[in-house]
Design a protein around this ligand. Structure first.
Ligand SMILES: Cc1cc2nc3c(=O)[nH]c(=O)nc-3n(C[C@H](O)[C@H](O)[C@H](O)COP(=O)(O)OP(=O)(O)OC[C@H]3O[C@@H](n4cnc5c(N)ncnc54)[C@H](O)[C@@H]3O)c2cc1C
Length: 616
């Protein structure tokens, strides 16, 4: 340790080691609560403040074949940064410089140390009239580096995209040397024979290198914001309204739908039909009485969590409708026009206007709700969240399948808060009896259910230990390429070993997806190498055009378009003689975005956004 101590602050104090043993994976919290098992603490924690010090840590670990766990703020909820007894944890929070904003006209760019906490970045930007508009609920306890390698999503993603869409460049230190990606890719450094590794680094969860710096796209603080709440009788008409808002290119900054149970339990359904008012009043009175009596509080939590099917049945039966929050922001003229059109779209879908109050209330409290689950553990239960996503055409099946799978093991509710032209994510919150068996069974069933209906197993929480096998199945075809890149960057395999992409049997070769137009999700699956004229003529004959015109074959244009837009939704490719089929989804965080990392010549088909002919 003396060799390392000579160049960087290192600690083996029990308090520091314990603080880096457990991230916020609920399974770890459950083990602590039920078995008093605090998790494996690392051997050492290093606190580098420069790239040179990060490199020194990696050198030290490489020489000793010692596993390394990069540590942002430990807010991950899938066990990605959880400790391992034999490891060196590298706590990145000492890398906290924030550069000046470069004004690029339509947006700004800022270089940020990977260890900067989200709220600190936001506070620094605000002084100059800028904002990231990346607003995860964990903004107070997560880092910019953690956002980038985990492909995090914030509450305004429908206008500004996920953090991967805002990341213009990264600087990465590996055991084999340093390199830049995106705007900092200069063709040099380890791994340069693979080209720009930008898309591989986003979603790599510390397995390809330590990100020390990020260049992020930032926005001017919007002068005007418009927020509104609506009530729908059920989720289906609300989905239609959300889809129409996005496909009309109105670029809302917030679109959040709470299903009937979430609306009821979170107290959002206090306005509406008389049955819902009665139900909400009854629930509020019950909640008040229970809160005032500790013994009752424990019992009322433990008992329903032991009878999830019954409770789910009752909650779903007492329907009081669903609340939808919609927001627009920007210049006054734009907001006036988009909110007027958006309001009309939502009302035409059958909504009751609840006025501005529900939206304003959500905005004021938008970071608070995630921190309220802890008491469930002290009352003998567990609570967790699962975020999945699918095309609009598959959303109903995804909602039904995962809700039913989780509902066999816990009380379940959901909201829909990351919305795209092509599809939507679902955020399930579920709580069950405090047993590891119940917890593991709930996750196992829910992950199978999501995959079985064409949903991604992760939208923004990443993979960690929790979704290793499920993510490997989703991305089976690219795992060999990932491991080959990793072997170049980290020949001794010390970086977060074994966490992303365990070896799994890839199963039978998947078939090439059918040539297809999905009009609901506004996507088409087309031959990747087809000449532009033929492709465009075939689409036009069916009344469609590419949303993003491409002059050559589709495979010639795979890069990102804009933070809230996308060019590639799905793909099939031949990689080392084997067909790889990449799930068409609006966004995923099951590892790196496999849809844009393969060599152009490998693609057989690409699934891309389309628009009706004649639409602007
Ligand atoms: C209350 C709560 C609310 C949340 N809400 C959201 C939300 O709204 N949206 C969302 O996307 N997520 C949310 N999360 C999940 C979590 O905040 C994100 O996954 C976040 O991106 C993790 O960042 P972190 O800095 O804490 O990373 P950590 O948890 O420390 O690490 C996560 C992974 O990234 C690796 N890593 C971290 N930093 C680096 C680096 N500099 N270089 C290389 N590898 C690194 C680690 O090794 C690990 O594999 C929430 C979590 C909590 C507890």
């Amino acid at each position: 340790m003396a060799a390392l101590r000579a160049c960087v602050r290192v600690s083996d104090s029990p308090a520091e080691l314990r603080a880096h043993a457990r991230d916020l994976w609920p399974r770890g919290t459950l083990k602590l609560a039920t078995a008093h098992d605090p998790g494996a603490a690392p051997l050492l924690v290093a606190f580098p403040e420069s790239e040179q010090q990060v490199a020194a840590c990696l050198r030290y670990a490489s020489e000793r074949r010692m596993p390394v766990v990069p540590w942002g703020a430990g807010s991950g909820v899938c066990g990605a940064a959880a400790g391992r007894g034999d490891a060196l944890a590298i706590d990145i929070k000492g890398l906290r410089t924030i550069g000046p904003v470069e004004d690029r006209g339509a947006y700004g760019a800022v270089d940020v140390g990977a260890g900067v906490l989200g709220q600190h970045l936001e506070d620094a930007l605000e002084v100059g009239g800028w904002a990231t508009r990346h607003s995860p609920s964990s903004i107070w306890c997560s880092t910019v580096g953690g956002w980038a390698v985990g492909r995090s999503a914030g509450q305004f993603s429908s206008r500004y995209g996920k953090f991967e869409d805002m990341t213009l460049a990264t600087r990465v230190i590996t055991p084999s040397g340093a390199f830049g990606t995106g705007e900092w890719f200069d063709g040099s450094g380890p791994g340069s024979s693979w080209g720009d590794l930008h898309e591989w680094v986003l979603g790599s969860e510390g397995a390809l290198g330590v990100v020390t710096r990020v260049r992020a796209r930032v926005e001017r603080v919007a002068p005007v914001r418009w927020l509104r709440g609506y009530r729908f009788d059920a989720v289906e008409p609300a989905w239609a309204a959300m889809r129409a808002l996005l496909q009309a290119d109105l670029r809302p900054c917030a679109v959040r739908l709470y299903d009937a149970v979430d609306t009821k339990l979170a107290g959002k359904g206090t306005v509406g039909a008389s049955t819902s008012r009665r139900g909400a009043a009854w629930l509020a009175a019950l909640r008040e009485r229970v809160e005032a009596t500790p013994a009752l509080r424990k019992l009322t939590l433990a008992l329903p969590l032991s009878l999830p099917r019954l409770v789910n049945g009752i909650l779903q039966g007492v329907s009081g409708g669903c609340v939808l929050i919609v927001g627009f922001e920007g210049e006054a003229g734009e907001v006036a026009a988009t909110s007027e059109t958006g309001h009309a779209i939502v009302l035409a879908a059958g909504a009751v206007d609840l006025g501005a109050a529900p939206g304003e209330h959500w905005y004021a409290h938008r970071h608070e709700v995630s921190y309220k689950l802890a008491p469930v553990y002290s009352h003998g239960g567990f609570a967790d969240t699962m975020e999945v996503a699918a095309l609009w055409s598959r959303l109903p099946a995804l909602y039904a399948a995962v809700r039913s799978a989780l509902g066999r093991h816990g009380v379940v509710m959901a909201h829909f808060s990351h919305v795209y032209r092509e599809g939507c994510s679902i955020y399930f919150t579920f709580a069950g009896r405090g047993s590891l068996d119940v917890y593991d069974a709930a996750w196992a069933d829910a992950l199978v259910a999501a995959a079985s209906v064409g949903g991604t197993v992760a939208h923004h929480h990443g993979v960690g230990q929790l979704k290793q096998a499920a993510a490997a199945r989703e991305l089976a075809g690219i795992a060999p390429m990932f491991h080959a890149i990793r072997a170049t960057l980290d020949p001794d395999g010390i970086l977060n070993p074994g966490r992303l992409f365990p070896a799994i049997d890839p199963g039978p070769e998947p078939s090439r997806p059918a040539l297809d137009i999905d009009a609901v999700s506004r996507i088409a699956t087309l031959p990747a190498q087809e000449p532009a004229a033929e492709r465009d003529a075939r689409l036009a004959a069916l009344g469609w055009r590419l949303r993003h015109p491409v002059l050559g074959p589709l495979s010639s244009s795979l890069t990102r378009v804009a933070p809230d837009d996308t060019r590639v939704v799905g793909a099939s490719a031949i990689l080392e003689g084997r067909r790889v089929v990449l799930l068409p989804v609006p966004r995923s965080s099951a590892g790196p975005d496999a849809r844009r990392v393969l060599p152009a010549a490998a693609y057989e088909t690409l699934t891309v956004p389309i628009a009706p002919l004649g639409a602007g």
